[in-house]
Design a protein around this ligand. Structure first.
Ligand code: SAM
Length: 259
């Protein structure tokens, strides 16, 4: 039997209209879709009837299907001649373990492609009218993961991250946000640095918070976010807040603005 193929496909931040044309094509041609928890139902609804859908969804610190098994599953399906889409939230190579899956496919000699997706930072920020860089405010941007291995401190270079010239985007940081704020302020980032926090960005369930470093932990507790949350820290967050106040007044049920 001829070996099949695997497409590692980025599903974007949540809105199905933010899938790339190439992602839509790959999903249309697949006969199996292996997907993660972050992929919303509205995107799964675009998969044709009769296509096998396998949920390998992962929760923080809880992996219903261990990564090794996902890797083996992709190899097994391709060896059985299937055309497989491995559908992952955002971009498959940003905090998505897509590169590990690519390495396994390479080692097994399985043909594969990588279809880029809009990562949460870029999708959630731009859709909220927020630039990640802006002349005079932020000359660069850094993406970091704010989660930790059990009982270990966060392994981040706080000194270099506490840079007022650079926008800092924290993925997976909700559980550790107090520690993140404490470390950034301890390394000299102003406690009044603006922060934009967004939950389930670009979906109908989206909720936003505008705060500053020192108010963020309290404001977050009141918000009780549920679902994926992204933090964007830096001067550019003030632009997002101003634009939100100008453009969303009167239509902001999903938006909580906190000065
Ligand atoms: C395992 S990482 C995967 C990131 C993904 N590969 C990407 O490029 O966006 C999951 C984290 O991404 C962030 N995230 C993904 N989608 C999001 C969304 N729609 N709204 C807010 N945060 C999101 C959250 O920080 C979440 O905990």
């Amino acid at each position: 039997m001829a070996v099949g193929k695997v497409s590692l496909v980025g599903a974007g931040p949540g809105d199905p209209e933010l899938l790339t044309v190439k992602a839509v094509r790959a999903i249309r041609e697949a006969d199996v879709v292996v997907y993660d928890r972050l992929v919303p139902q509205s995107i799964l609804d675009t998969i044709a009837d009769g296509v096998l859908q396998i949920n390998v969804g992962k929760q923080a610190a809880h992996h219903p299907v261990p990564q090794d098994e996902i890797n083996e599953m992709l190899v097994r399906l391709a060896r059985a001649g299937r055309t497989v889409v491995r559908l992952k939230g955002g971009d498959p190579f940003i905090f998505g373990r897509g590169s590990e899956e690519a390495a396994e496919l390479e080692a097994a000699g399985i043909p594969y492609e990588v279809v880029p997706g809009i990562t949460a930072a870029q999708g959630c920020a731009a859709a909220a009218r927020m630039p990640l860089t802006h002349r005079g405010l932020a000359s660069g941007v850094r993406y970091v993961a704010g989660h930790r291995k059990a009982n270990e401190p966060l392994d981040l270079d706080w000194r270099s991250l506490a840079d007022p010239e650079t926008t800092l985007v924290v993925y997976m940081g909700l559980a550790n946000i107090e520690e993140i704020v404490r470390n950034l302020v301890a390394e000299g980032l102003s406690a009044t640095t603006p922060v934009f926090a967004i939950c389930q960005g670009t979906t109908p369930q989206e909720r936003r918070i505008y705060a500053c470093l020192e108010t963020l932990p309290t404001v977050l507790k009141d918000a009780s976010f549920s679902g994926p949350v992204l933090f964007i820290i830096g001067r550019v967050a003030a632009i997002a807040m101003e634009r939100s106040e100008r453009n969303d007044a009167g239509s902001s049920e999903a938006i909580s603005v906190v000065a």
